[in-house]
Design a binder for this molecule. Sequence first.
Ligand code: HEM
Length: 416
Amino acid sequence: MRLTPGPARGPDLDDVDLFDLDLYTGGDPHPVWDVMRRQAPLHHQVLPDGREFWSVTRYDDVCRVLGDHREFTSERGTVPTHLGTDDVAAGVLLTSTDPPRHTEVRRPLGVKLTARAVKSWEDSVRRTIAAFLEPALDGEPFDLAERALLLPAMVTGPLLGIPEKDWAELVQLTAMVTAPSDPHFLEGSEAATLAIAHHELVSYVRDWVRARRRTGFEDDSLLHHLMNVRPGGAALSDEEIALDGYSILLGANVTTPHTVSGTVHALIERPEQFDKAQADPTLIPNLVEEGLRWTSAACNFMRYAVDDVEIAGGTVPARGAVVAWIGSANRDASRFPDPHTFDLTRANAKRHVAFGFGPHFCIGAPLARLTLRVFFEELLQRFGSIDLAGEPQHLRSYFIAGMTHLPISAQKRRTP
Ligand code: HEM
């Protein structure tokens, strides 16, 4: 998705199709959302097949929809690619469960993913990232977006307990779930792509758990930890562990790479920001936050209204689907002055909602922040400058804002 908006065109909202995949590959969604925030903060769209959804685009409304499960439930599904099909894993899958059950499902995972817990991974994350960046300095064009798809697997694979030989396949499957229409991932129809990938991913984790039970092998990996926890006194079933593993694989694999590519692209377009970060590495944590705001890799999440609800000057009827556009909230000028300017010194960059808001706030945020910080520390230490070595290509998805190709050429830094 284009992250630096082109010249504003003031689109006619009657013609806007927010599920038009071309808008996210060759189009320019930000001027559309700018107009929506101003003129139609609650927007209603009916798709040609009769499915309908409401959209909120302002920061406060996005927080309300994501944060208040009494008004907006997650139990019927939260991913807009599944609009109209109720989630069969409600009450079990972390993402499709409301409190109080959600709190029980989330707790055993959370203890292993706190900022303090993931800190112990920093050295290994740094080694992984150093090895990842090395080939970019051999003088050849380096497709950062394509290669970065493997990065979360390299980081979270060992944490989860997943062997390296399986990473490429799992990365492909998670990409199929989140961008089933992108030609890089499509297998047959969009529905078939989704079904195949979902089934394969859940089966993978289920088989992993069964193999562990058979062999009795133990380690301190996250999945193994889930085999031993007893929330409320009872062990998790293999199905529950499989769905937790599925959530983590999905959450990790499909977001961090696009934040990396989107932030690097922003720095290529603005060499003065690159120079600033290089001159003062203490700015890197804020560069990460601005990069998260800027890219908003999870472009939206969905909820369903429990009852009729008044929001953004209109009414969503009971059972209506509401898409909370995170990418738009993070460019809301009432929260982020001059929102379409990428500024690594932005004072309140950390107030972004790129990790969501409320009970489902991204459980992997500490790991994502650590990975991104280490990534930019290592990159700025090694790279003197970065140029584009070809046209970026955007992911064909209205759910994940990302790139499939970002060819770069990097020059070695002379005096680190
Ligand atoms: C830049 C990186 C990331 C971004 C932008 C991101 C974004 C998000 C967002 C917006 C949500 C909220 C979903 C909702 O409200 O329904 C979420 C939830 C989640 N994320 Fe992330 N995420 C990132 C990295 C990760 C990583 C590294 C992991 C795994 C270690 C992860 C695992 C999850 C899980 C399991 C949930 C569901 C939490 C729940 O439902 O309680 N994410 N993420």
